[in-house]
Structure formats: structure tokens, C-alpha cells
Design a protein. Structure first.
Length: 153
């Protein structure tokens, strides 16, 4: 029997109600910090990174924008922001943002979460990365490759 990361680490991925929006706001600070390796993002006068543009739309746009938290037991360890692309001919869903806290990387948490979302929302996905973010490019190549290879007949 193979290793089941979901059971072993007690992982789940859940839609985020507006009452938990601040969890994503807090995790977004770590996400933006990581991005300072690739973009110039200055902190504000109170020592935080600027607010993510239009984050509130993930709770006001009906089913067009879908926020998710990645949990390990009862601890949030990452998030995903997914956009439905109803008028787009090239994709049905767009992985707008995807983040796993550093202590939970390189052990399958991100791969599991991405595969879980791909499975929940069957269709064509668009996933992009910055050209300078080599770790993200490598991660998504592996994730998409393993997801599609495991589903070929």
C-alpha cells in the first residue's frame, strides 16, 4: 500500500467563508514576502506589505472567484485563489494565486492541494508563473505532469 499524504498529515482544503478572510490576509503577508525575491515590493509605513488588490472580490463575486485554505489538522498552511473563466476559450479555471508556507513545502502538501483542486473542478486549467520564479515553474511542471500522467489511459 502506498503513502497517503492526506491521511498521514491530516490535510484538507476548504472553501473560505468571509468570516475567515483574515486568515488569507495574514498568509498573504508571507506570500508577498516570498515574492520579494522576484519583484520589488516595499512594505508600508506600518511594516506590512500592501493589501492584495481586490482580494474582497473572492467573497463578493458569487461563484466566479473561489478562495481556499489548505489545512494541516487545524492549522492553515496555505491558500489558493481560483477564478472561473466563463468567457475564456482557452481555460475554464485559472489558478490566480497558490501558496504553501515554507515549513510545509517539499513534502507533497502543495502537490496534494493542487491535485485536489484540479479534481474538484474538472476542466481546462490555466496556471501561470513569473518567468524569474524558477522554483514555481519547476513545481507546476511536476504537479501538472504527475496529475495528467496519472489520468492517461
Amino acid at each position: 500500500m502506498g503513502y497517503d499524504i492526506q491521511s498521514e498529515l491530516k490535510l484538507s482544503i476548504k472553501s473560505v467563508p468571509e468570516s475567515q478572510r483574515d486568515i488569507i490576509v495574514q498568509l498573504m503577508q508571507f506570500y508577498l514576502y516570498d515574492f520579494t525575491a522576484y519583484l520589488r515590493i516595499d512594505v508600508t509605513e506600518n511594516g506590512t506589505f500592501p493589501a492584495y488588490p481586490d482580494l474582497y472580490q473572492y467573497w463578493t463575486s458569487g461563484e466566479q472567484k473561489l478562495p481556499f485554505l489548505i489545512w494541516r489538522q487545524d492549522v492553515p498552511v496555505g491558500f489558493a485563489l481560483v477564478d472561473r473563466m466563463s468567457s475564456n476559450r482557452e481555460a475554464d479555471y485559472y489558478m490566480a494565486e497558490f501558496f504553501v508556507l515554507r515549513p510545509y513545502r517539499h513534502n507533497g502538501v502543495g502537490t496534494w492541494a493542487a491535485h485536489e483542486l484540479f479534481g474538484r473542478f474538472a476542466g481546462r486549467w490555466k496556471v501561470t508563473q513569473m518567468s524569474t520564479n524558477r522554483p514555481a515553474q519547476s513545481f507546476w511542471r511536476k504537479v501538472i505532469g504527475s496529475y495528467t500522467d496519472s489520468r492517461r489511459v
